[in-house]
Design a binder for this molecule. Sequence first.
Ligand code: SF4
Ligand code: SF4
Length: 270
Amino acid sequence: MNRHEKSVLNQHPCFNRAAARWFTHIHLPVASGCNIKCNYCSRKFDCVNENAPGFITKTISPREALKKVHNMMRQDVRLRVVGVAGPGEALADKETMDTLSMLHSCYPNLIKCISTNGLMLEESLDLLQEFGVKTVTVTVNAIDPDIARKIYGWVFYKNKPHYGFAGASLLIDKQIAGIREANSRGILVKVNTVLIPGINDIHLKQVAITVRKAGAFVMNVIPLVPQAEFSLLPAPSGKMLYKTRRELAPVIRQTDCREQCLQDMRKIYC
Ligand code: SF4
Ligand code: SF4
């Protein structure tokens, strides 16, 4: 890790617990669309990958987002990170890039962060880098298409829907390629993984090994909140979550950003 990456790590509350004592982050809800269907997601609410189900964020325009940052910068000298994490998929909407572009010209030193399902990550990296994105979170729930096909209803890529095994394989390939390329460009990658009992619980070690090899820095295992197609599945117990994190820790550093993300009263997942 070079000096710049270390400096980002030292200031990012979601990548580094210690940083949460000194620095804060905010989110700009500019992205409303999505390009995949996660079976644990009800699009009535925010992107489950980063937000608490049950919350609905009103989308704001890139200009409103910039105004929000101007106001926050005046009120909070500890603000270091600005994230785009929904309410849909950050890279499915042009508004994300418009926002990051304006933000970067006004505040080049703020750390820009996005959360994504990874489908469009690799091909978005040139722009993300140009607009100063230094950290990304990619939600990877499975690296075996036979497991992933149970988690995703469809994947919409290049104007075409992809279903079943083909859709799942496409998404996994794109996620891993995106993580690898982001890492090679010096962007710090966190992986979120939703722990889904009976679906991917015994598969998470393979996920951890694969994302670590691709260059992910840290992993955040998130307990499933049963809703949408998965509303009848059980939520993992605290014990199961703890055990899973403990088993994965030797493979890749584990984090639980819950406390930090509660600071803005909506983010409990990232
Ligand atoms: Fe929902 Fe986020 Fe999955 Fe899209 S990527 S379906 S918004 S959880
Ligand atoms: Fe937001 Fe997630 Fe980035 Fe933290 S890691 S700033 S919660 S998008």
